[in-house]
Design a protein around this ligand. Structure first.
Ligand SMILES: Nc1ncnc2c1ncn2[C@@H]1O[C@H](COP(=O)(O)OP(=O)(O)OP(=O)(O)O)[C@@H](O)[C@H]1O
Length: 251
């Protein structure tokens, strides 16, 4: 199964540096969390891994392939932030999941029995079978995230990138998504997910990456949750983070 490798990756938007010298390996069979404050480059890193932004330095490989080649082979799937999607689009949950089968269909692009079966199976895994015929915009935040995870499952993607899957999501959906990601990792896939939910990190992830334009630390969840490490990433005083962490039961 495919790992993600970034070497000396740098991305700028015009004059704005977003990533600089990012070197990282994200292994298969594990859930790896990406942690950092707003603007630390998390979405940009995902976009670079997907090949949606062009680095000015360095490179990314997915299972040894360039992002474009990995995408064309359906190896990689991206669950974007909510605001990155036009939810008014007149398409059902089932149609969104069927998009994952595009690369499997013949030149007629007509879904075949295997495609319908893969979609039904993916919908069942994310517990959305009952809502399959709803317009995608009429789902809750957590259900929308699950629909996009189902698209990746139906696609057969080895690598799943998730941009803040817990934003605007209630505890029940959060638990469902966490369980699902752990199952997908146990199945040998590479799960790389950003999150602002430090409280849920021990349940979610095997390891974590602290990002601030570059990698501050890549270690165990316990390492990353050390107050002095969080202070480096979030620029807060260590004592105030210790207070927050102990209040939240993080530390
Ligand atoms: N399209 C763009 N044009 C110009 N600058 C951008 C663009 N997208 C992001 N940036 C800048 O690049 C930097 C990294 O942004 P990015 O969205 O990757 O951060 P993030 O960690 O995902 O933030 P958040 O937690 O708020 O989602 C920020 O300084 C941001 O303002």
């Amino acid at each position: 199964m495919s790992a993600i490798e970034a070497h000396d990756l740098g991305v700028r938007y015009g004059a704005v540096p977003a990533l600089d010298g990012v070197t990282l390996r994200v292994d298969a069979g594990r859930v790896t969390a990406l942690i950092g404050m707003n603007g630390s480059g998390k979405s940009t890193l995902f976009k670079a891994i997907m090949g949606l932004v062009r680095p000015h330095s360095g490179e990314v490989r997915i299972g040894g392939l360039t992002p474009g080649a990995a995408r064309r082979r359906g190896l990689i799937s991206y669950v974007p932030q909510n605001e990155a999607v036009d939810w008014t689009f007149p398409t059902s949950v089932r149609d969104v999941v069927m998009l994952g089968r595009y690369g499997h269909q013949g030149f007629t692009r007509r879904p075949r029995r295997a495609d319908h079966a893969a979609v039904a199976d993916a919908l069942a895994q994310v517990e959305l079978t009952d809502l399959a015929d709803r317009q995608i915009g009429q789902l809750s935040g957590g259900q929308k995230k699950r629909a996009f995870v189902a698209r990746g499952i139906a696609q057969g993607a080895h690598v799943l990138l998730l941009d803040e899957p817990f934003a605007g999501v209630d505890k029940r959906s959060e638990a469902t998504i966490t369980r699902l990601l752990r199952e997908l990792a146990a199945d040998g896939r590479t799960i790389f997910t950003s999150t602002h939910d430090l409280h849920g990190l021990p349940q979610l992830a095997d390891e974590a990456v602290l990002l601030k334009g570059h990698v501050l630390l890549h270690g165990t969840v316990e390492d990353v949750l050390q107050p002095h490490q969080l202070a480096r990433a979030f620029g807060l005083e260590t004592h105030s983070l210790t207070a927050v962490a102990s209040l939240d039961g993080v530390a």
